[in-house]
Design a binder for this molecule. Structure first.
Ligand SMILES: [Zn+2]
Length: 386
């Protein structure tokens, strides 16, 4: 294993709500840096927090507070990502993993949100959680200040400031930041085209990354205005800018290259079954004509469930005449249907995990308009010019 491989290898540190939480080795360096930065500042400077004056602290106290604050900040980043993940789950999207990387975190979803509204809610959940944590920590700092627990005030204050920064930075409107996802959702809703929306929001991400890099260089070299730690602040801004620039660049490139085939391009006309049809009739009359492995079950175009032939195997033959398919079908679940504008990629992912190997396609009124079965997707001719 090479040096870079070792440092990019991820380790699972916990599972929360069944979601694996992963970090890589660079993360330890950032934690150490954070503890050191906080501890060394608390040792060397007076700190004025509102009406509380904190004189330079003894080394041991400073290191302990640095450590506690860092743990608090780490939990804050984690809470931010968990908020995204739980909102995604509420929208019917399973979560692959939460990765905590040196510049924050990432909740990796199994598939893209199905609608601009879902995208917006998932994107906003993170910053909303961070604002809430900031508010709670400010409250904690105020309460601690009345009792003059200066160490506690410092910890709460730094955690509050960290959360506020996390929320505000993430609201920058450049994809893949949360604000960029919000922008993508708005553009997607307005134009109905997820690909153009992704490209535009990604372009804003490139722009913001570039501005952060220039800003970092500026505060390192500017003669008139310099913050207290110009090289550290500037370096940080450059690193975060590069990181965002790289991520946004990849998004724009893949949005340009990937032929985002939508479900409507490849779906077939649905062969919907009536829920009261008996299994005998299905086997005798429908199957000889339609050799599918699963069928949508619907009444007047409204989806009730999906029947997969695999489910019939357990049913003894003598019960076929008196068994209606509604009692053997899988009743409708959120991952049984998609809209026709959904990308084929998302629909394929859904078919893999929903247990029936197919998805129904519905229109805006919820009416069944198509059906997709894995392994039976029409080939689409991909245009190469664009
Ligand atoms: Zn976020």
């Amino acid at each position: 294993m090479g040096f870079t491989q070792l440092f990019s290898r991820q380790i699972t540190i916990a599972r929360v709500y069944g979601i694996p939480i992963r970090i890589d080795y660079r993360w330890f360096a950032i934690v150490a840096l954070s503890v050191w930065l906080i501890a060394s500042n608390l040792q060397s400077h007076d700190l004025q927090l509102g009406n509380v004056l904190l004189p330079p602290l003894p080394a041991a106290t400073a290191w302990i507070l640095g450590f506690i604050t860092t743990v608090g900040l780490f939990l804050s980043v984690f809470g931010h990502e968990l908020a995204h993940a739980l909102m995604a789950r509420a929208e019917g999207i399973e979560i692959e993993e939460i990765v905590l990387h040196p510049f924050g975190g990432l909740a990796r979803l199994r598939m893209e949100p199905q609608s601009p509204g879902a995208e917006l809610r998932i994107a906003m959940a993170g910053p909303a959680a961070s604002f809430l944590f900031a508010l709670l920590a400010f409250g904690g700092a105020r309460i601690a200040a009345t009792g003059n627990y200066v160490g506690t005030v410092v910890v709460f204050f730094l955690i509050a400031a960290g959360n506020l920064l996390l929320a505000l930075f993430n609201l920058f409107p450049g994809y893949p930041l949360d604000g960029g996802r919000v922008l993508r959702a708005i553009l997607w809703r307005r134009n109905g085209n997820i690909k153009d929306a992704t490209r535009m929001a990604g372009f804003c991400g490139i722009l913001i990354g570039g501005v952060l890099i220039l800003f970092g260089v500026y505060i390192m070299v500017a003669p008139n205005w310099r913050p207290t730690q110009p090289y550290f602040m500037g370096g940080w801004s450059i690193v975060v800018g590069l990181f965002l620039l790289d991520a946004a660049w990849k998004v724009v490139k893949s949005a340009q290259q990937a032929e985002l085939v939508s479900v409507s391009d490849v779906m077939s006309t649905p062969m919907a079954l009536d829920p009261n049809l008996t299994v005998t009739k299905l086997v005798d009359e429908v199957l000889p004509m339609h050799r599918h492995t699963s069928f949508p079950v619907a009444v007047d175009g409204k989806l009730h469930g999906i029947l997969s032939l695999a489910a019939l195997k357990a049913l003894p033959r003598e019960q076929w005449p008196k068994t209606a398919i509604k009692s053997v079908m899988h009743p409708i679940r959120p991952n049984f249907f998609v809209r026709s504008s959904t990308t084929l990629e998302s629909a394929t992912e859904m078919m893999k995990q929903n247990g029936v190997g197919s998805v129904a396609v519905i229109d805006n009124q919820g009416i069944l308009v198509g059906f997709l079965q894995s392994g039976r997707i029409k080939r689409v001719s991909k245009s190469t010019t664009r």
